[in-house]
Structures are given as structure tokens and as C-alpha cells.
Design a protein around this ligand. Structure first.
Ligand code: DI6
Ligand code: FE
Length: 400
């Protein structure tokens, strides 16, 4: 059935720019966009359902392409301790930090993880998010990574949002493998990834390349395994130091390299050549009070596509609003509002390997869009959180 949506303006985000259509009309057929253009050029025909969008601005549904939404417990207690003067090292020595989230995640049941993650995911969805990527990485053994990935799949099945699952078993060293990082990587490559992939739980494979996590050589072994399993790769790279993980990611045609504060111009060139998206995570930049900016000029000069995501996680970015991240991308990282919006739509889709079907308003793509009651598209990066009046359409159907 065809449905007409009209009395609106559209920022289609085709080619990564606003590509504005004033007084637009959108025709959806089932779950796809059948036609979009100026209302004056609307093909004549029978439209059994017509929606008056009352002058709203329509954008693609927002896409949060890097989150760790599923985890047990939270670390607001550590946040409080740190602000009372306890150092990060002292907290870690007392078993805090990422290790505490691993313990809480292992202790939680699938239902408990689902309930807490669904609450956070609904918060992201209140910002018009229609697609989200969620990583494992707090289980760090086969049973607990499987548990997280099953919760991720269940979130996509039970909530009106498209969910991509990423296996981040190479996130941190589990306590069972203390001082034996190479053995853990071997376990990931020979046991965990093959089993989880065979169960259909994995859409992509990620790793944390950092001096306090895994070396480029260890990451490369994970990438080789992913490639053998036919899975695309992504990488947490250059967040705290420059190990050229982003160049390594580019060599493996990674969908994205994420964080990137310490990347070099050569890394940017390599990413541009391989079409690897630069995912910027302003929430972590802000929460860690980072001062090293990702090299925006080099990224722009070499034409690297830039995405913006929440990195929603309990340790470094407890961010429940993607629109707030758009603002922070502008205020902290100096993106323009147009770049920021491209970063949460078409470039985020590319970072998930979904740009053929998602991320812009174009005929043939999936009909995921938001009709915002705002004055101009820049409003999406301007307001600091809060809730904007809007209507959200996913797969051609309005959701509330
Ligand atoms: N980079 C980060 O900042 C987080 N993970 C990652 O790969 C930290 C996650 C945590 O502290 O729980
Ligand atoms: Fe992350």
C-alpha cells in the first residue's frame, strides 16, 4: 500500500550533505521509500493514506553506530569517588573500572541484561534513533559473550529499532587470562568467534587496540579470523595513544575505525583509500576530559567519511542521547551541524555496512525517517538534549 507524507521539508542527507527539498512529499510503499521530491512534482495517483506533517523537517532516522548498551551494573559510584579525589589507578586496584562491569555482566541473567539495556535503548530511541549498533565485550568468555549477543539480538526482535550486533571479545583481558593476552587472543580466534558466528549472533567484529588493551599484532590475528569467517571488522583505535590501529583497520577494509584522537595524517590517508569511516565519539572525549582533538582537517582534506556516535558505556561515556552527542561533536570537536547530522545518518549507515539501504531519504531505501517540529536542521545539533516534538516512522510505519 502506498502512503503519502506531505507538508514538510526534507534534509535527505544524500551524499552526506543536507540536500534540502523545500515543500517535499514522500511516498512510502510498505517498508520502503517509493518516491521523494518537491510536492509540486508528486506523481498523480491514488494514495489511500495521507499524512499531514504540519511543516515538519524530515530527516533520515538517526543511526547510533557505536554503543555498548548491554552491561550489568553501572559505574556512577566510581564517578562519584573520582570526584571525591580517589584516583583512577586506586579504583582499578580495588577491582573497579572495566573489571567491575565484567563481573556485574557475568553475574546478571539474560533477562536482567535485557531489561536494563532496553531502558537505555528506549532513551536513545526517544531521540529519533531507528538503527543502533551494540557491542558485546563485557562477558570475555564464550558463555558470557554469547549471553550478551543473545540479548542484543533480542533487543532488535522486541523493540521497534534495527539492531546490529558486534562481537567485541577483544575488549579487555579477562581475569582468567591475566598476563596471558596472546592465549586469550588464541581462544577468541579458535573457540569464541567461530562458535558465535556459527550461531548467527555476530554481524561484525571489533577490538580495542591500545597499550592498555591489545597490540596491533594481536588485533590483526582477530581480523584474520573475522575475514576467514566472512565478517566485516571495526576497531577502537587511537583513543589514548598512536599505535596506527586505524591504518591496520584500513588494511583489512574495516567498516570503521573509532575514537581516533591520536591518529595521524597517514592514518587518515589509509582510511580514505579503503573507505573506512571515522567514527568520532564526543561523549568519551568529554567524559574523560580529553584535550587531544581528532585531526579534523586531515580527515576533511583526505575525504574520510565522518560518523558520530554515543559510545554509550558505563565507564567512559554514559550517554543516553545521540542528539546531545551531535551538539558535543560541534562544540568539542568542531564539526558543523551538517557534518554532525551526516555523521548520525548516512555516514553512520556506512560505518555499519548499511549505506545501500539506510541513512538517507532516497527512493528505494528503507522508510526510516523522523519528522521534527524544528525551525531548521541545525536545531538537531543545537539543543542540549531535552525532548523535541517529532513523529518517527520505521519501515514505513509510525511508531510512538
Ligand atoms: N574504549 C573505552 O573508552 C571503553 N571501551 C573502549 O573500548 C571503556 C569501557 C569501560 O570502561 O567500560
Ligand atoms: Fe566503544
Amino acid at each position: 500500500m502506498k502512503t503519502l507524507w506531505q507538508n514538510c521539508h526534507a534534509a535527505t542527507m544524500a551524499q552526506g550533505v543536507y540536500s534540502i527539498i523545500e515543500d517535499a512529499a514522500i511516498v512510502t510503499q510498505d517498508e520502503h521509500i517509493h518516491w521523494i521530491g518537491p510536492r509540486a512534482q508528486l506523481p498523480t495517483g491514488d494514495y489511500p493514506a495521507v499524512h499531514d506533517l504540519k511543516g515538519a523537517w524530515v530527516t533520515p532516522g538517526l543511526i547510533d553506530c557505536h554503543t555498548h548498551t548491554v552491561f550489568g551494573g553501572n559505574r556512577s559510584g566510581e564517578f562519584e569517588q573520582r570526584l571525591q579525589g580517589v584516583s583512577y589507578a586506586e579504583i582499578a586496584a580495588a577491582g573497579g573500572g572495566i573489571a567491575s562491569t565484567v563481573r556485574a555482566t557475568r553475574a546478571a541473567s539474560e533477562d536482567e541484561l535485557f531489561t536494563s539495556a532496553a531502558r537505555r535503548l528506549k532513551s536513545l530511541m526517544r531521540d529519533g534513533v531507528t538503527t543502533v549498533e551494540i557491542k558485546s565485550g563485557y562477558g570475555l568468555d564464550l558463555a558470557n559473550e554469547r549471553k550478551m549477543l543473545r540479548v542484543i539480538r533480542r533487543l532488535g526482535a522486541e523493540l521497534p529499532v534495527s539492531v546490529r550486533s558486534t562481537c567485541l571479545a577483544a575488549h579487555a583481558l579477562p581475569p582468567e587470562y591475566a598476563e596471558r593476552a596472546d592465549d586469550y587472543i588464541e581462544h577468541i580466534c579458535t573457540e569464541m568467534l567461530p562458535a558465535l558466528a556459527a550461531e548467527g549472533l555476530v554481524d561484525a567484529v571489533d577490538a580495542f587496540c591500545e597499550y592498555l588493551a591489545f597490540s596491533p599484532a594481536q588485533v590483526e590475528r582477530v581480523f584474520v579470523t573475522a575475514q576467514r569467517l566472512g565478517l566485516p571488522v571495526k576497531l577502537h583505535a587511537e583513543q589514548l595513544s598512536s599505535l596506527h590501529g586505524s591504518s591496520l583497520a584500513a588494511r583489512y577494509q574495516a567498516l570503521s575505525a573509532d575514537h581516533l584522537e591520536f591518529m595521524t595524517e597517514d592514518d587518515a590517508k589509509a582510511m580514505a583509500e579503503s573507505g573506512t569511516v571515522a567514527v568520532l565519539l564526543p561523549g568519551a572525549f568529554y567524559f574523560l576530559r580529553e584535550t587531544q582533538l581528532p585531526p579534523m582537517d586531515a580527515l576533511r582534506k583526505h575525504g574520510v567519511k565522518i560518523a558520530v556516535a554515543s559510545d554509550l558505556n558505563p565507564g567512559t561515556s554514559p550517554a543516553l542521547s545521540l542528539r546531545l552527542m551531535l551538539n558535543m561533536a560541534c562544540t568539542c570537536l568542531r564539526l558543523t551541524p551538517e557534518e554532525a547530522l551526516a555523521g548520525a545518518t548516512i555516514h553512520a549507515a556506512q560505518a555499519l555496512g548499511m549505506a545501500q539501504t539506510h541513512g538517507s531519504l532516497e527512493a528505494g531505501k528503507v522508510a526510516d525517517f523522523v519528522a521534527w517540529h524544528i525551525d531548521r536542521p541545525a536545531d538537531l545539533a543545537y539543543w542540549l538534549g531535552g525532548e523535541l516534538e517529532k513523529r518517527v516512522v520505521r519501515h514505513g510505519v509510525e511508531i510512538d
